[in-house]
Design a protein around this ligand. Structure first.
Ligand code: HEC
Length: 153
């Protein structure tokens, strides 16, 4: 092998290695892009009537409500979600205090955790005990108190 052939060969090996390195890194970056895309998108949150309570309700709680409850209870909590017309019993209007202030926070907590039937209400209010931690359910109760601008019994 003369010197030119050796140099050509060395150049080829170098190019191949660089190509491999490039493929390796571009593979990684496409992974991180898909990870980035799966992040939850920003949503506009409901502006609360009670600014004092609003501070105690985190954005995360509002997002949980928006994701899991609004299809029945409505985006504003008025009970006018997209599924509402198909339910035998209308979803509770979370903005109205007249019923909610006759109920304790414990009642609301149990209604969310164990479902409507567990508290003597309609079974079409689902149970969320396998979906949320107690902490999240407590914060949902606080959020509902904010929506109705009402106090517990
Ligand atoms: C499949 C529809 C549906 C979804 C989803 C749903 N609810 Fe309900 N919810 C209902 C219905 C229907 C009622 C009314 C039950 C009744 O009046 O007997 C209700 C009632 C309630 C009540 C009042 C219980 C009572 O004493 O009447 C609370 C509190 C409540 N829902 C919270 C939530 C929260 C928080 C979420 C989300 C994590 C949620 N709901 C998701 C249908 C739904």
């Amino acid at each position: 092998m003369n010197k030119t052939t050796f140099l050509n060969l060395r150049e080829k090996v170098k190019q191949t290695l660089m190509l491999l390195v490039f493929i390796f890194f571009s593979g990684c970056s496409s992974d991180s892009i898909s990870e980035h895309q799966s992040k939850p998108e920003k949503t506009n949150f409901i502006i609360s009537k009670n600014s004092q309570l609003a501070n105690s309700v985190s954005e995360k709680t509002r997002l949980v409500y928006r994701r899991y409850c609004t299809q029945c209870h409505g985006i504003g909590g008025n009970g006018d979600g997209v599924n509402a017309p198909y339910l035998v019993v209308p979803p509770r209007d979370h903005t109205k205090g007249d019923y909610l202030e006759t109920r304790s926070d414990q009642h609301l907590f149990e209604a969310i955790k164990f479902g409507g039937l567990a508290v003597g209400r309609a079974p079409c209010m689902p149970a969320w005990e396998n979906t949320f931690k107690d902490e999240t359910i407590h914060s949902l109760v606080n959020y509902i108190r904010e929506l109705c601008d009402c106090k517990a019994l």
